[in-house]
Ligand binder design. Structure first.
Ligand code: PEP
Ligand code: MN
Length: 297
């Protein structure tokens, strides 16, 4: 391990790797229903930005499940940049997510924005998503310590990796070490993309932390044409999965339509990822050092 990283991250002892052990470190594998995140499978989470209606969600759930997604995403409580935007369906949205899980067997990931909503969302969700705007909401992070569900922790759009791991440590110290880290792009001087996907975050986080790491190419790109190539990049740097926005008719989506794939585009992306996933599987099983940094794995 890079000695600089050791000094930088080792204080977050519940989520950082122990640098004194160079080999055979136990990785955190998160079990959700019948699948494992951080294990041998590259897990694809997909679905609309926001739950808009039962028809919209059920159609999307069927389509993404058929194409190989294992987890359905969809926001019922939406953190919108504008107060005039659609704010989400709340509990009604959670009930629709539950129906989609019953219909397809997909696990559910959905966002929680306030500590007051943790209990109700935990009743319906399999994974609790903390969005980029909430990464440093410590009251929320602490409440998630006792929620009994894994947490998908997105990197704040202006947060360093150290700050991301600090937030993960807060959740772990509050009693929940089932945490999935998510690189979703950060704000830089570049404006051609919505955010800058920090692809190096994946191997760095994998080197310094034992937690699973996934990539959100949708919020990084901001435009749908870039989503498949960024998803491909996630596979080759050793991410444990991706979370992707998919909508039956993206141009009519109530949020994030520009970056959402339609069903055909999602299927094509999944087909195109096939050879990369095979390669990644071989690397994970046979030559894990290829995906490690400085032999840290
Ligand atoms: C989302 O997943 O729809 C979302 C709002 O993501 P982020 O917090 O990364 O912007
Ligand atoms: Mn979104």
């Amino acid at each position: 391990m890079n000695p600089k990283w050791n000094g930088q991250f080792s204080c977050f002892h519940l989520v950082a790797k122990d640098a004194t052990k160079t080999n055979g470190q136990i990785r955190t594998v998160i079990r959700v229903r019948d699948l494992e995140i951080g294990g041998s499978e590259f897990v694809v989470m997909a679905g609309p930005c926001a739950v808009e209606s039962e028809t919209q969600l059920l159609q999307t759930a069927e389509a993404v499940a058929q194409a190989g997604a294992r987890i359905l995403r969809g926001g019922a409580y939406k953190p919108r940049s504008s107060p005039y935007s659609f704010q989400g369906l709340g509990v009604e949205g959670l009930k629709i997510l539950q129906k989609a899980r019953e219909a397809t067997g997909l696990a559910i990931v959905t966002e929680v924005m306030s500590e007051e909503d943790v209990a109700v969302i935990a009743e319906y969700a399999d994974i609790m998503q903390v969005g980029t705007r909430s990464m440093e909401n410590y009251a929320l992070l602490e409440a998630l310590g006792g929620c009994g569900r894994p947490v998908l922790l997105k990197r704040g759009m202006t947060a360093t990796l150290e700050e991301l791991l600090r937030s993960a440590q807060v959740i772990a110290m509050a009693g929940n070490s089932q945490i999935i880290l998510c690189e979703r792009g950060i704000r830089t001087f570049e404006t051609a993309t919505r955010n800058t996907l920090d692809i190096a975050a994946v191997p760095v986080l994998k080197a310094v932390s034992h937690l699973p790491v996934i990539v959100d190419p949708s919020h990084a790109a901001g435009v749908r044409s870039l989503v498949p190539v960024l998803a491909r990049a996630a596979t080759v740097v050793g991410a444990d999965g991706i979370i992707v926005e998919v909508h039956p008719s993206p141009d009519e989506a109530l949020s994030d339509g520009d970056q959402s794939l339609d069903f055909d585009q999602f299927r094509t992306m999944m087909d195109d990822l096939g050879p990369y996933l095979e390669l990644q599987k071989d690397q994970r099983q046979l030559r894990p050092q290829l995906l490690a940094v400085g032999g840290a794995d």
